[in-house]
Design a protein around this ligand. Structure first.
Ligand SMILES: N[C@@H](CCC(=O)N[C@@H](CSC=O)C(=O)NCC(=O)O)C(=O)O
Length: 282
């Protein structure tokens, strides 16, 4: 599989790259970023941390504002940031032109409904297609993958890890949407992509997946107490009770004064990188 280099820039002793390729999952071109740390010089494959971004984002938001590179360079972690959806003039978008659905809002699932199903196949893209490209073109140890994400991307990280046992050795999230079937952003997306409320929704809902028996060993989740989306869209208390009942070791940190922005994410990014690095070591 070929990729086009958009840019490669020296940073923290490693290389921050941006790449484009023709995706067979989304039937569009897709752009993503990869940071390769200086430990590449040691000649051994390095662990990979996936970061799934939130609504309205491309690869660029975290790449420019996430402040992950110093910790990745310290820990020898490859950091991959995909786009959040297919894009382009032929790709359908929110019928009302709103920002919470359609392009920039793929919700990390494979749509089954028209007109979305031709392009909106982000689960296949993240789990199957992009890892093959990363393995082929970067010094990545695909037996040591961790995943994290923010908001809609936190939902993606949690649901993809729960749906693919053993694929990711470590899972964390920043301000994730944990119960999309119960909140406005999620209900809108699931209805369009999967059809009216039904069993398929539970396959893309972290709390429902846990209630239905899916498991991960442990979770690290950070939320900001000043996040305007906390009560209406994120609902971390539902994750807390689901994990309690299921016996999942959840570390849920509530940070006074922090909101939903990259000022919040970048503050705790190094903690997450180091937390994953410990679990991806060896
Ligand atoms: N309308 C605003 C708000 C959109 C927003 O807050 N997006 C978040 C993710 S929300 C959940 O998935 C985000 O990460 N925005 C990008 C950023 O760089 O902050 C808007 O359009 O900005």
């Amino acid at each position: 599989m070929s990729l086009e280099t958009v840019s490669e820039t020296r940073s923290h002793g490693g290389v921050q790259g941006v790449y484009r390729h023709a995706s067979t999952s989304t039937n569009t071109d897709m752009v993503y970023s990869v940071f390769v740390p200086p430990q590449v010089a040691l000649g051994r494959p390095l662990p990979v941390l996936w970061y799934l971004s939130g609504l309205t984002c491309t690869h660029a938001n975290v790449t420019e504002k996430g402040e992950f590179r110093a910790a990745c360079a310290e820990q020898g972690i490859i950091f991959v940031a995909p786009d959040t959806s297919p894009r382009g003039p032929d790709v359908p978008d929110d019928p009302e032109g709103l920002w919470d659905f359609g392009q920039g809002a793929g919700f990390y699932l494979d749509a089954t409904e028209e007109p979305w199903s031709r392009h909106f196949n982000m689960a296949t893209y993240i789990v199957d297609e992009l890892p093959l490209l990363i393995a082929e073109h970067f010094p990545a140890d695909m037996m040591r993958q961790g995943i994290t994400g923010h908001s809609m991307g936190g939902h993606g990280a949690l649901t993809l890890a729960l749906r693919n046992p053993g694929l990711f050795r470590s899972v964390s999230a920043f301000a994730p949407i944990v119960a999309p079937g119960l909140v406005p952003w999620g209900r809108k997306a699931l209805r369009h992509y999967l059809g009216e409320l039904g069993p398929a929704w539970r396959q893309h809902d972290t709390v429902a997946l846990i209630e239905d028996g899916a498991r991960v060993g442990e979770l690290l989740v950070d939320v900001g107490e000043a996040d305007p989306f906390l009560e209406k869209e994120l609902r971390p208390e539902l994750l807390e009770s689901a994990c309690d009942l299921a016996g999942i070791d959840l570390t849920l940190r509530r940070h006074a004064g922090y909101d939903h922005s990259y000022y919040f994410i970048s503050t705790f990014m190094a903690d997450h990188v180091r937390w994953h690095a410990q679990r991806l070591a060896g």
